[in-house]
Design a protein around this ligand. Structure first.
Ligand code: ADP
Ligand code: F6P
Length: 321
């Protein structure tokens, strides 16, 4: 029998484009005669029964807004059997027969528990600036975050060049060097530290000193937060080269702002597909796009480590400075 009502939630770290995904899910569901309930504050709101029916108009004018109108949260209680049982009870109470979760790997783990252990049909839409989910070239929010960080690095470059300085810029990515690598290449950075590759500090400092002797005095070193702290890297550079350094930690600005066209469109397409999958009776799936084609994988595969072309991009960046 066809399902009648589904739910949607955003969970974990917010990402620009989550609103565009919510809009797509709500509107596509409505157009295909499915009722849709928004669950506020991720799994935490599910346990607290923070739910509301969403209609076409409730998602007007949000496609270009950062953040998530559904709010997001972290919910340690949902890691427990009791927490999940409570979640299932609430879903049943509200007649929700399928759930779209928008978030990162933690959010997907919650959906794996709900679908595999408790039999609730769940589909994942990749929403994280870290671009660290498998089965998709890109996650919603990552393009915006890269462009936000790049804008900042371009501005830092102006002062770096004018004052002939060494600058260490820390970008987000607790377990992922995606943003760091992308902005390092796009911003013409001199070096980049990411968690996915070994880094030789002595070698970089040697290059800095050598460069200095040749007259190359401006350096931007990008650091993914998962690789090191900008302050620590800057201190090591000063210790090893006796040169002055400056630090910028870009932080949560990378999580905000209006999503790029790429993120809005990814969100709009994947949101619709998520509703289609649930209506088709599918469960435990995660959506993505590979080479511009919609890709569907198991949630378990989506949380496996994605190969980052770190070495190739790193070498390209070094070749071009
Ligand atoms: P993200 O989705 O951005 O990776 P988190 O890792 O913080 O964010 O996870 C978001 C939420 O997902 C957690 O607060 C928790 O409620 C839920 N979650 C994470 N891991 C699990 C798990 N192993 N089982 C059940 N729920 C989980
Ligand atoms: O959303 C992913 C992420 O931005 C990571 O790169 C970062 O380490 C983390 O979230 C920080 O999140 P919060 O400050 O919300 O705990």
């Amino acid at each position: 029998m066809a399902i009648k009502r589904i739910g949607v939630l955003t969970s974990g770290g917010d990402a620009p484009g989550m609103n565009a995904a919510i809009r797509s899910i709500v509107r596509y569901a409505n157009r295909t005669n499915l009722e849709i309930m928004g669950i506020f504050r991720g799994y935490a709101g599910l346990l607290n029964e923070e739910l509301k029916v969403l209609d076409h108009r409730s998602v007007s004018n949000i496609i270009g807004r950062g953040g998530t109108i559904l709010k997001t949260a972290r919910c340690p209680e949902f890691l427990t059997q009791e927490g999940q049982a409570r979640g299932v009870e609430v879903l049943k109470k509200y007649g929700i027969e399928g759930l779209v979760v928008i978030g990162g790997d933690g959010t997907y783990r919650g959906a794996i528990a709900l679908s595999r252990r408790w039999g609730i049909p769940c589909v994942g839409v990749p929403g994280t600036i870290d671009n660290d989910l498998n089965g998709t070239d890109s996650t919603i929010g990552s393009d915006t975050a890269v462009n936000t960080a790049l804008e900042a690095i371009d501005k830092i470059r102006d002062t770096v060049t004018s004052m002939e300085r060494i600058f260490v810029v820390e970008v987000m990515g607790r377990g992922s060097g995606y943003i760091a690598l992308q902005v390092a290449l796009a911003g013409g950075a001199e070096d980049v530290l990411i968690p996915e590759r070994q880094f030789d500090m002595h070698r970089m400092c040697h290059d800095i000193v050598e460069g200095n002797l040749r007259g190359k005095v401006s350096w931007i070193v990008v650091v993914a937060e998962g690789a090191s702290k900008a302050e620590d890297v800057a201190r090591q550079i000063t210790d090893l080269t006796s040169l002055e350094t400056r630090v910028a930690v870009l932080g949560h600005v990378q999580r905000g702002g209006s999503p790029t066209a790429r993120d809005r469109n990814l969100a709009s397409l994947l949101g619709m597909e998520a509703v289609k999958l649930l209506a088709d009776g599918q469960s435990g799936k995660a959506l993505g796009v590979i080479s511009d084609n919609i890709n569907v994988v198991d949630l378990e595969f989506a949380i496996t480590k994605k190969a980052l072309e770190a070495e190739y991009v790193y070498r390209a960046m070094k070749m071009l400075i």
